[in-house]
Design a protein around this ligand. Sequence first.
Ligand SMILES: [Zn+2]
Length: 299
Amino acid sequence: MPSDPLVAQHVLEFPGGYTRTTGPVIGRFLTELRARRIVGARTAEGRVLVPPLEYDPATGEPVTGEYVEVGPAGTVTTWAWVDEPIEAHPLDRPFAWALIELDGADTALLHAVDAGNAKAIEAGTRVWPVWRDQPTGHITDIAYFAPEVTKIVSNVRAEYRLQAGGALRVFLGGIERGVFLGGRCAECDKVYVPYRLSCPQCGGGIGETVELPDTGTITTFAINNLPDPRAPQVPFVSAYILLDNADVPMIALIGDIPAHEVRQGMRVRAVWIPENERTASMANIRWFAPTGEPDVELS
Ligand SMILES: [Zn+2]
C-alpha cells in the first residue's frame, strides 16, 4: 500500500506589509508620482530612462542624478489585450497591458490602458494618464492610461426645402417626366444641359428648350473609394457624360459595370427608377449604365 504523500500547508504573509526601501532613484520617481508628475533619470549618454533606474542598462554606468519630467502623454509601442481581468489587475474590465513611451522618454513604461475594446488600441495610439484621487507615492497613483480624445460624436440633423429657381425648375420638370432638358443658345447655338437661362460662353440668352436623349458618352471619369449614400457600392465611378446632341457634359454616377472596366468614350444610358416612384428630383436617375455600343473616339 503506498502511503499518502506528506503535505503541509504554508502561507507566506507579511501582515501590515512587506517594507522595502526604494533607493534614491525609484524613491524620487514615486515621490514625484505622488505630486502627479512623471520623471525619468538622465543617463551619462543623455538618454532618459522611465521608469528611472540607478544604472544605465546599456552601459552599466550610474545615472547622472538629473531627473527629467516627461509626458504625461505618451505613445503605445506594443500591447497585449486582457479579456478577463483577474483580481490583482488594475482594472475590473477588459483592458490592455501596454508599453508606453512617454513624451521625452527614451524607454517605455509598462502600464494598463483602458481602451474599451481591443480595436481601440494599436502601436502608435496616444494615451494620457488618469490619476487616482489620493496619490500615495506608488505606481498605482496612475490608475491607468486612456487613449487621447481624437473624435466626438454628435447627432446632426438638418431639414431644409430647396426651392428650385427658374432654370432648375424647368430641368427637374423634365427629369420628372424622364427627359433631359437642355437649352440652346440663341447666339452661338450651343446646347447646355442641365437647362439654364443664359449662355456661359457668349452670354447670349437661351432661345429654345431642347429635349435630349438619355444616352451619351463618357468623356472623363473618377473611381471613388469613399462611400457615398447615392452610390451603389465602393469603389464607384462618377463621370462626365456628354449627352447626345449636347455641347457640355454633365456629371453622373456610372453603374452596372465594375469600376475598373469603365472607359473614356464608353456609351451609356440613364437607368431610371420606376415611373410611379419618380419626383422632380435627380434621384429619378439611378446611374448611367453601358449600352454595349462600340466606344466613341473622343475628339
Ligand atoms: Zn452662346
